[in-house]
Design a protein around this ligand. Structure first.
Ligand code: FPP
Length: 244
């Protein structure tokens, strides 16, 4: 198997402005080691922190990580519970640890469905980070690309009904401004480790022209050198945005 590892990151001017990561393979990593799936999420969460700080250090401006999808609620209660505990721990940690990196943490998805204490932590994180000017980190929690589009359509329809918008004003730019990522560039690159080649409802509207790089490695084994490899792959892609 190819090593998918490069020791240095590409030059900052070649980097994607917005990088997305589907942090996949935690469960399989744990099962391979004879551990409960939750142990894979614990290992994956530590990698999340490390890769986030590394991405910020090399000059990525926007990073979106897929932490919990609208479909993940259907997992066994024990696994969902373990993930909620991890979210709390890592949000608490990131309030402290991301400060020196000036990382601005944001959330995309419907966070209203989480427990009161997790919602409080999410609000606190938003508040603490609001004036930061470094890399924007979007944590996708209870996120689904289709749900995001449905919400946008509802809001647009309501605004038309209220007379604040006329249907002729609805174009791609306007729809983008109703997405959870409003004001941010569309992702240039999405990385999916774990050998899967699916989109899994991640940033559906925003990824019309995104480059995809899938990798064989499982997320808990992912190290900065693997990110460098994916970034090198991206640098060599010829992006045509539908042109020639
Ligand atoms: C997918 O692997 C991963 C998840 C559903 C959870 C990802 C969450 C973290 C890494 C925690 C990050 C923490 C914060 C605060 C953002 P999987 O369980 O689907 O793996 P499998 O495909 O091998 O079963």
């Amino acid at each position: 198997m190819e090593k998918q590892y490069v020791s240095a990151a590409p030059a900052p001017e070649c980097l994607p402005a917005h990088l997305g990561i589907i942090m996949d393979g935690n469960g399989r990593w744990a099962e391979k080691k004879g551990l409960p799936r939750s142990a894979g999420h614990t290992a994956g969460a530590a990698v999340f922190k490390k890769i986030t700080r590394y991405a910020s250090s090399i000059g990525i401006r926007y990073l979106t990580v897929y932490a919990f999808s609208t479909e993940n609620w259907s997992r066994p209660q024990e696994e969902v519970g373990a993930l909620m505990i991890l979210f709390k721990k890592y949000l608490q940690d990131s309030l402290r640890d991301f400060r020196n990196d000036d990382i601005k943490v944001r959330f995309i998805g419907d966070t209203s469905k989480f427990s009161p204490d997790l919602k409080k932590l999410i609000e606190e994180t938003r508040e603490v980070c609001k004036d930061r000017t470094g890399m924007v980190l979007n944590i996708a929690m209870n996120y689904g690309g289709r749900a995001e589009i449905v919400n946008a359509v509802h809001e647009i329809a309501e605004n038309v009904q209220k007379g604040m918008l006329i249907p002729e004003e609805i174009d791609e730019k306007l729809i983008s401004s109703y997405m959870d990522t409003a004001g941010q560039p569309d992702p240039d690159l999405i990385i999916r480790p774990s050998g899967e080649h699916r989109i899994s409802n991640f940033l559906l509207w925003q990824s019309a022209y995104t480059e995809y790089v899938t990798m064989d490695i499982l997320w808990p084994d992912f190290v900065p050198g693997n990110l460098n490899w994916a970034l090198q792959e991206y640098v060599h892609r010829n992006r045509r945005f539908g042109g020639v």
